[in-house]
Design a protein around this ligand. Structure first.
Ligand code: PHB
Length: 391
């Protein structure tokens, strides 16, 4: 796909350009930085699907302003690419809002630019706690790793798990997940037998699987960003006999997101994860979201990234309606607000500018239709970003 695509094409020629300028005087541009190519391109599809769903439901106008999206491809975790994409959007395209950002290093690379330009930025996915402290312009509509990992540790203790090996991707969110799980689990009497950090881009997990198995823990706890590595990791857990050895698999929901679940197959059954969204979440708001998404993006299986973007669209529209090009006014209009998301009730916590939301403990099971799903088996209500604040 081309590096830059626009929903609205500008007219060429002087006469037309003058008309177009007058007609588009009230167009507000939003730059979306995400992977649209490479192994993590599924995120770009989720984001586009969410934008199309929101626009199909609410139109192109936010109050009196027409909203135009400009997409830039960052590929996977690549701060240099994210930085230049963000710079181009701000300087060449004149965007008044930024959105997207799947990977922590990419969001961190955008922080000083958003701050300098005073451009409100909605992080739709990147999930290391520290991100929102790096720019006062940042609001996050996804989740954070401590928010998921600490309830997972509590659940493990409550269910008789006494020893764990932690294995995470070796970068921001993996380190957050590792530290938060270990802190909570050991504080409540559990033992960590080993902490393994794995390269972000690896899909060969055989040495790690041998190492985990040799420690014979009650359970494995893991975070790997959703995508091909997570898929291989869950498959390897079964292929290398950890499942057969009775080692329970605990993690964050990134490991078993719905785009990968059917492909993972029976190897995934019984995996327990903590996360903020399951497609199987039973609510009217989620049913309405899924039906609208299916209509707007029939070729995309929605997952947690789609919901992060869909809620991100709500926040963008509200900001644009209330603030227009006045970024400070825009931010003020949404911080502290609450709504019913497809995931459940959420609030933008003024302390962290991340969401306070329910965390769900989910188990991969075969549903009534024979398809695998993340069945919610426990709900921990109103969890803030535990990486920055306690309850
Ligand atoms: C991140 O880099 O912050 C990140 C990426 C993918 C996930 C979660 C977090 O699934």
């Amino acid at each position: 796909m081309t590096k830059t695509t626009r929903h609205v094409a500008f007219a060429a020629g002087i006469g037309l350009a003058l008309t177009a300028t007058a007609g588009n005087a009230d167009v507000i541009k939003v730059g979306v930085v995400a992977p649209f190519s490479g192994p993590f391109a599924v995120y770009g599809q989720e984001f586009r699907g969410a934008i199309d769903t929101w626009v199909a439901q609410h139109g192109k106008m936010a109050g009196s302003h027409e909203v135009q999206f400009i997409f830039k491809d960052s590929g996977g975790p690549n701060p240099a690419a994210a930085k230049s994409a963000t710079q181009e959007l701000l300087i060449r395209d004149g965007v008044k809002y930024l959105a997207g950002y799947v990977f922590t290093p990419n969001a961190l690379a955008a922080a000083p630019l958003a701050s300098k330009a005073h451009v409100p930025t909605v992080i739709w996915n990147a999930a290391t706690s520290i991100i929102t402290t790096k720019s006062p312009e940042f609001i996050r509509t996804s989740f954070t790793l401590p928010q998921a990992a600490m309830p997972m540790a509590d659940w493990a203790i409550a269910h008789g798990i006494k020893s764990v090996v932690i294995a995470v991707s070796d970068y921001g969110p993996g380190i957050d997940a590792d530290k938060a799980f270990a802190k909570e689990f050991t504080a409540k009497g559990g033992t960590i037998l080993d902490e393994i950090r794995m390269p972000v881009n690896t899909t060969d997990f055989s040495p790690f699987m041998q190492r985990i198995k040799s420690k014979a823990p009650n359970a494995l706890f893991s975070f790997i960003p959703a995508g091909p590595p997570a898929f291989s990791f869950v498959k390897s857990y079964s292929d290398y006999g950890l499942k057969a050895a009775g080692i329970k698999f605990l993690g964050t929901g990134d490991l078993v997101d719905e785009t990968e679940l059917q492909g993972i197959g029976d190897a995934g059954i019984g995996v327990i994860t903590a996360h903020h969204y399951s497609v199987a979440h039973d609510s009217a708001a989620n049913k309405a979201f899924l039906a609208a998404f299916q209509k707007a993006a029939p070729n995309v299986t929605p997952n947690f990234a789609a919901v992060g973007a869909y809620d991100g669209m709500r926040v963008l529209y509200k900001m644009i309606e209330a603030g227009g090009t006045d970024g400070a006014k825009a931010l003020k209009s949404v911080i502290g607000t609450s709504w019913e998301s497809p995931r459940g009730p959420v609030t933008i916590d003024p302390r962290t500018r991340s969401l306070t939301q329910n965390m769900y403990i989910r188990e991969v099971v075969k549903g009534a239709d024979g398809k695998l799903e993340n069945k919610e088996i426990d709900t921990i209500k109103d969890v803030p970003d535990l990486g920055l604040v306690s309850k």
